[in-house]
Design a protein. Structure first.
Length: 247
């Protein structure tokens, strides 16, 4: 029952972000819609999100939607987020992802922060700024830590903030987790510790924690805290002409 509730809430989130009235098909498979304002992907791109055995595909135009719908009818729900499979049947120019989507209910949570000295800092704290600068622009941007709306939950080594986590409030009462650890302190379970404190804050606020991860180490942290992998997110930029017409 808990797994079913997580699945329903995750689907409600991504249907909301699609930018047009749509629902995941209860019978499974992919549903393709025209949604130029979709938040599943960057502007003018195609967004694909699979939750369980069903997927939503948002296309920037009717032409792209027709192309995608034809392709999706020949694929399973797993193939529709498989880059190699998509490249074989569509004019894919660029790709973002795929990223795995994890969700957590209170009953499945495995805390890892108790007795560890985690501090709670306000957004904009100088220690957080130093951690972001130390990690570098690419990793800091990937973490999403600059965009959190919650307090930041941190660990220090001396005066230096070396790990931090928080979350951004998303629609449908979802807490989108962000975690960052200083490069010289990785591999010491610090990500698990600070993320655990952020999860408690989200759960106490009645929110659904969401963890989106591409690298395996990030996915491993999510699983260690009890998160369940329920889906995949992928964005693609398509060419204007189907491959077989462009040859």
């Amino acid at each position: 029952m808990a797994d079913d509730l997580l699945l329903v809430r995750a689907r409600e989130l991504w249907a909301d972000l699609a930018g047009t009235p749509v629902e995941f098909c209860l019978s499974g498979g992919a549903k393709v819609v025209v949604a130029p304002g979709s938040l599943l992907c960057p502007p003018s791109w195609t967004g694909i999100v699979r939750i369980g055995d069903a997927a939503l595909v948002t296309a920037p135009s009717a032409q792209a939607a027709g192309m995608l719908d034809d392709a999706a009818r020949k694929m399973t729900h797993e193939e529709v987020v498989d880059i190699a499979r998509l490249r074989a049947v569509l004019p894919v120019l660029d790709v973002l992802g795929p990223a795995s989507l994890f969700y957590l209910g209170r009953d499945g949570f495995l805390p890892a922060h108790e007795g560890t000295g985690v501090e709670q800092l306000p957004i904009g704290d100088g220690g957080l700024a130093a951690l972001l600068a130390l990690a570098g622009e690419e990793e800091a941007g990937e973490s999403g830590l600059e965009d959190i709306s919650s307090p930041a939950f941190c660990l220090r080594r001396g005066d230096e903030v070396v790990a931090a986590a928080g979350y951004q409030s998303w629609p449908q009462s979802v807490a989108h987790l962000s975690v960052l650890v200083a490069p010289h302190c990785r591999g010491r379970r610090m990500a698990r510790t600070v993320a655990s404190a952020a999860v408690v804050h989200a759960l106490d606020a009645g929110l659904l924690p969401q963890w989106r991860a591409r690298p395996y180490p990030s996915q491993r942290v999510a699983v260690a805290l009890g998160f369940q992998e329920l889906g995949t997110q992928l964005s693609v930029r398509l060419g204007d002409v189907p491959l077989d017409q462009g040859r």
